[in-house]
Design a protein around this ligand. Sequence first.
Ligand SMILES: Cc1ncc(COP(=O)(O)O)c(C=O)c1O
Length: 563
Amino acid sequence: MWTSFQGALAVAVAIAVPWLVHRAWRRLDLSRAKHPSLAGHAKLSRRLAALLPYYGYDERQFFVCDGAPPDVATLRRAGFERLCAELGSRAPASIGFSDALTHGLSDVQFTEAYRVPFQFRNYMREHLRLASVFDESRGVELRDLDRRWAYDVSGSYGVNLFGYDFYKDCIAAGANRVGALGPVLGPFHPVVRDNVERLKKLSGHDEVSFHMSGTEAVMQVVRLAQFHTRRSHIVLFCGAYHGWWDGVQPGLGNRRRIDDVYTLADMSARSLHVLETRRDIASVLVNPLQALHPNAPAPQDSTLVDGARRARFDRAAYSQWLTQLRDVCTRRNIVLIFDEVFMGFRLGRGGAQEYFGVRADLVTYGKTLGGGLPVGVICGAHRFMKRYRDDRPSDACFARGTFNSHPYVMGAMNEFLRRLESDAAIAASYVGLDERWNARARLLNDRLAVEGLPVRVANLVSVWTVLYERPSRYNWMFQYYLRAEGLALSWVGTGRLIFSHNYTDKDFRAVAERFVAAAEAMNADGWWTAPAADNKAIRRAILREALTVRLGRRSAVPVSRPA
Ligand SMILES: Cc1ncc(COP(=O)(O)O)c(C=O)c1O
């Protein structure tokens, strides 16, 4: 006969087992919805990154780390010396100034360290330093301290959408508009009201809040979603960047343990299933820029160790994906957030919502919207934007910031928004946007194909990335050849070229000429001439080198110490 204890145990087991099975099943769903790459596994990537040792190539290895024969090494060395002469001796003032700046500015030290794969870093620093200062902009060009002009394809991190002259005008006219009040904070300048009305119209949402940067707008939008849904977790998609706040950066780059983020595979039925079945998801954050390279982090040349960079934009497929996300979020009361800090206004006046034909619950903007000054903005429905509860006075969603709604930012933004609506040149730049930029990319790709050069470009309108057809250890070197041809790239090199929409066909043809000339020079200098190897073989070789160093057998790999 069963005792009452046994009976209670049986009941507990009968309840617990299905519950445990259910939990295990949910956990499995979650694992299956992760992208198989390291970027899809935040914790694992942190652990592995901690094991990666530094090692650098010495003088000899720098030119032959792919096993190239001596004649190719000689070719490369001669090309490298020419590059050093061209980039160095033509810009002595700019390089001297940048060097001095580097010693006191940690930001520059960081970007300098991450221009190329780390094995090449020290040698490059010793022999080929770059200038990172300009003192004038004009049209689509920038001028360095040696008075040399270069075509700007860095795009000021995406801020520069309509050309630098446009933003200079916005800042000047905006300052003029609010100058009588000056930097008074707390009370608002009346121009704020016009900004709110215009943003409501553009976004299709009924409320707006102003913040100091895109990162802060994202911090607040996540907090709002958690506050209103009373749920704990947010979903990000593999590879997507949403600013540098650690709450949306669960992988490499910060050390805080983040346990309220699910990083799921982009454009995946399994991710939809997770959204459909879990009860703890407050919001889904989408960065529409990922449409160019779903599931891959922002491409940059410091990670370009082979030729495996992939990108291709498919507007129909991405629109369909966003529609599916919209549907599941609506059904499950999950807040759908479009983070348009980067892409907002680049795809059209109504941004990604209009371009892909999908409405989000909350939208963040920033960058270009500040009219050239720093800003972050949220637009959304009142029921998501409200920061307090009528029935619980101490339960609030706190968000403040000394410089929120700064009059000068509001003034420049107002100029931006007015011109966005009324400027004929801006209206014209939106007509045939896809066709124009796709045709430009095609034109360049056709030229590269005809010349037999192993480089291509992929684009999402005016945001481009460079792809490499040769699985080479030296593809990252292309950024230096482009610079030598007078193209101003950002520190991520060929990972991202950002064009402003005031690029004329003539400007673009000049850039394309220089691009092809750079590829021809790099080809002639033998960097793409190497014993046959595929991308996997290259990665295996790098892994072997790292393991050799890690296991202390340093003599097997030429090593220089970190600078
Ligand atoms: C999609 C997205 N969200 C947020 C941010 C962060 O904006 P900010 O650099 O102004 O803080 C960025 C910056 O690049 C971004 O691209």
